[in-house]
Design a protein around this ligand. Structure first.
Ligand code: ZN
Ligand code: ZN
Length: 79
């Protein structure tokens, strides 16, 4: 009885590092923005992050069509 919340809780483990989250959304937020902090290419329009510059460029073309020519691709490491 006392521990029912633990057993009832649905866990969404990060598919990369296994860190557990209570919601899929929280897990995806972690996965996209902070998991292992290895994503180094950032979209400065929506903060999407990618491992490869060509993935970010594809994202910009697909998600920010009208702004694609103005986007500056930045590379860095998240703390
Ligand atoms: Zn993770
Ligand atoms: Zn974006």
């Amino acid at each position: 009885m006392a521990n029912q919340y633990f057993f009832d809780a649905r866990i969404f483990p990060c598919t990369r590092c296994g860190k557990p989250y209570r919601s899929r959304k929280a897990m995806y937020t972690h996965f996209r923005f902070s998991c292992e902090n290895k994503r180094t290419f950032f979209c400065n329009l929506c903060n999407a992050a990618y491992f490869y510059s060509h993935h970010l460029k594809r994202h910009i073309r697909q998600q920010h069509v009208e702004l694609a020519s103005k986007v500056v691709v930045t590379q860095g490491v998240v703390d």
